[in-house]
Design a protein around this ligand. Structure first.
Ligand SMILES: N[C@@H](CCC(=O)N[C@@H](CS)C(=O)NCC(=O)O)C(=O)O
Length: 210
C-alpha cells in the first residue's frame, strides 16, 4: 500500500487529491512539520531532504514534492488516464502545466507577497501579472487544461487556483473562478477533503472548515 507523509493545511492536501484520482489504496502518515524531532527524523529526511511534506512511500521508492508525486502517480497508475502517453502530442503541454505551480505560480505569488521588485526578464517565472495571464489563457477553452481530458495537471493547477481563491489572491476572472469550481467539484477532491478531515480529527487537530 502507498503511504503519504502528510500534515493538515499543507501542500500535502494536493497529494491526497492525487491519490484519490488514481483510485489506489493509501495510508496517511501524520508528520508534524512544527515538531523538529519529526521533521529531522533521519528516516523522514532520507525521503524528504528538505524536511517537507508531502512525501510518498511506495515499496522501495520514497521521495518528496507534490509535483514529483503527481508525475509519479499519473505514470504509475496508467489505467486512471491522468497523463497523456509519451508519444501523445499533448504530453509536452501536460508537462508544462505540471511544473507551472512550482516553477511559475508559487514564486510569482511569493514575490508579490514579499513586495519585492519584479525583474520580468530575469525571473524564470516572469511576473505575477504574466503568471495570471497564462493561467487565464490556459483555462479559457476548458473544461480542463488539455481540453476535454482531465489530467494530473488539473490537480496541480486546480489546487493552486483554489488556494489563491482561499487567500484572496484570485482575480475576479470568470474563467478562473469557474475552473476552480469545476476542480473542487471532482468527486476525488471531495473524498480527499473528507479523508483529510478524518485524519486531522484522529490526530486531535483542527480539521478546518467543513
Ligand atoms: N515544493 C514542495 C513544497 C512543500 C512544502 O513547502 N511543504 C511545506 C508545507 S506546505 C512544509 O513541509 N514545510 C515545513 C518546513 O519547511 O519545515 C511541494 O510542492 O511539495
Amino acid at each position: 500500500m502507498l503511504r503519504l507523509h502528510w500534515w493538515p493545511h499543507t501542500r500535502a492536501a494536493r497529494a491526497v487529491w492525487m491519490l484519490e484520482e488514481t483510485g489506489a489504496d493509501y495510508e496517511l502518515l501524520p508528520l508534524d512539520i512544527d515538531d523538529p524531532r519529526a521533521r529531522d527524523d533521519p528516516a523522514f529526511r532520507a525521503v524528504s531532504p528538505l524536511g517537507k511534506v508531502p512525501a510518498l512511500l511506495d515499496g522501495a521508492a520514497g521521495f518528496a514534492d507534490s509535483t514529483a508525486i503527481g508525475l509519479y502517480l499519473a505514470d504509475r497508475f496508467p489505467a486512471a488516464g491522468l497523463a497523456p502517453a509519451a508519444d501523445d502530442p499533448r504530453r509536452g503541454r501536460y508537462l508544462w502545466w505540471m511544473v507551472f505551480t512550482a516553477a511559475v505560480a508559487e514564486p510569482a505569488v511569493g514575490e508579490r507577497m514579499a513586495g519585492s521588485e519584479t525583474h520580468h526578464r530575469r525571473n524564470g517565472w516572469g511576473s505575477y501579472d504574466s503568471m495570471l495571464a497564462a493561467l487565464e489563457q490556459g483555462v479559457a477553452s476548458g473544461p480542463w487544461l488539455l481540453g476535454e481530458r482531465f489530467t494530473m495537471a488539473d490537480v496541480m493547477v486546480g489546487s493552486t487556483v483554489a488556494f489563491f481563491r482561499t487567500v484572496g489572491l484570485l482575480p475576479e476572472s470568470r474563467g478562473l473562478q469557474d475552473y476552480a469550481e469545476r476542480c473542487l467539484a471532482r468527486p476525488a477532491c471531495a473524498r480527499a477533503a473528507r479523508r483529510e478531515r478524518e485524519a486531522a480529527l484522529a490526530c486531535g487537530l483542527d480539521p478546518g472548515p467543513a
